[in-house]
Design a protein around this ligand. Structure first.
Ligand code: SF4
Length: 237
């Protein structure tokens, strides 16, 4: 599966129906809706990556949220996790605004793209290993297309970390053995034609941010390190 551009890939991705359980769930959620959004038309399809096709920094999450990205059609848009992530990105200079409420809200990312190893909302935010493996075809291709400009990656949580390492290895980067362990603040430099800096960050889920396990300064600190590694300008604090 080879595409000439991310735009061409995303054009096919949004029609993907390879995972029957996830197709059924994303569409059921889109029909039933949450009461607060009952007047909205949910996206209810695979959510493509968001951000420029020549990004130097990639942020990798887990999967779209049922009433967030599965509703709005854009990564981390329309839920509390996105509120936290985009506020941090704006604080360090990677986004033009701190909020993300809909796909047409004017949000722009600077040198940074956001994607996930699973592109459809899963029940209980838990994709199965088989669904992760099925969706890997899209992540493989996204990494291949981003490789010429990519310099660093921030992975939000252990699921994304585990999903991404074999993809990076197959894309040509040298992943150490045994595989590096996920942790908040983990930083590994992967060799290859162009070295890649890999950073770990706790996921911006409410479970982590409401309990104080992950705070805005903690996210901003990882983003600054990753942006500097990618040679992106940051906003002085
Ligand atoms: S999770 Fe990925 S592979 Fe499965 S249906 Fe959605 S886009 Fe397709």
């Amino acid at each position: 599966m080879r595409y000439p551009s991310l735009a061409a890939m995303d054009g096919d991705l949004i029609d993907c129906r390879r995972c029957p359980r996830l197709v059924a769930w994303r569409e059921q959620v889109a029909r039933d809706k949450r009461a607060a959004f009952r007047d909205e038309t949910y996206w209810g399809r695979p959510v493509p990556g968001f951000g420029p096709a020549d990004a130097a920094l990639l942020i990798v999450g887990l999967a779209p949220a049922a009433h967030g990205a599965n509703r709005t059609g854009r990564m981390f848009t329309g839920d509390r996790s996105g509120d936290v992530l985009y506020a941090a990105m704006h604080a360090v200079g990677l986004a033009n605004q701190p909020t993300a409420v809909s796909a047409d809200d004017g949000l722009e990312l600077y040198g940074t793209r956001i994607t996930s190893p699973v592109h459809c909302a899963p029940p209980a935010n838990k994709p199965t290993p088989a669904e992760r493996d099925t969706c890997r075809r899209w992540l493989d291709e996204e990494l291949r297309l981003l490789a010429p400009t990519l310099r660093s990656v921030v992975v939000l949580g252990g699921f994304g970390w585990k999903a991404l390492l074999p993809v990076l290895a197959d894309a040509g980067w040298e992943v150490p053995r045994p595989a590096p362990r996920f942790g908040h603040g983990a930083h590994v430099e992967l060799g290859g034609d162009r070295p890649l800096h890999l950073f770990g960050c706790y996921h911006v889920s409410q479970q982590n941010t409401f309990t104080g396990r992950l705070t805005p300064p903690m996210i901003e600190s990882v983003l600054v390190d990753a942006a500097l590694a990618a040679q992106l300008p940051i906003r002085p604090s």
